[in-house]
Design a protein around this ligand. Sequence first.
Ligand code: CA
Length: 224
Amino acid sequence: MRILVVEDEPTIAKAVADRLSAEGFAVETAADGPSAVARARETSPDLIVLDVMLPGFDGLEVCRRVQADRPVPVLMLTARDDETDKLVGLGVGADDYLTKPFSMRELVARIRALLRRVERAATLSTAEPVTRLGPLEIDQRSHRVRRDGSEVHLTPTEFDLLSCLARHPGAVLTRAVLLEEVWDWSDASGTRVVDGHVKALRRKLGPDLIRTVHGVGYSLEARP
Ligand code: CA
């Protein structure tokens, strides 16, 4: 597995790269926005660890440009919790967020969880290739989603979240269940990550498909 580490602070970049190498990953590094996009294009990483504040252009722009080429899981490094909230609210297309300072153990756990999700999604894709629910068509093999016949571009996490809701159409799934099924973590403080991705899905798919059940969770209002 190849990981691209994008971080402009040399001490953090080195510590992360050394630890990930020791864990058996092939590690590439970049220290600014433009070279991060170039490295991602050259090396096709399996995952990107991406700092937000970077010279050139920032991590949000890197995320946007890289995701436009090819969906790739992104773990965003933020400076503060409120920065994470802001980015989640914007729906920037990162799959998970980690606030600095973080432990290397936590970083590795999050990376492994993300990679497991991608792998699981690939396994599911061979079992049931296309799900049709109302106006939605979800192709697990190509990771394509259409609404009323038009293709909707989703990030890997948005795709996983939609797939999870689509496995239980009409049922209300709690934020905790979604967090565990989609993100593979059980930390309740992460539920705002769920809200942010639901918001992004609604923006892309239209506001009518995902229902909020206040105090409980979300359900997909589309029938086979
Ligand atoms: Ca930085």
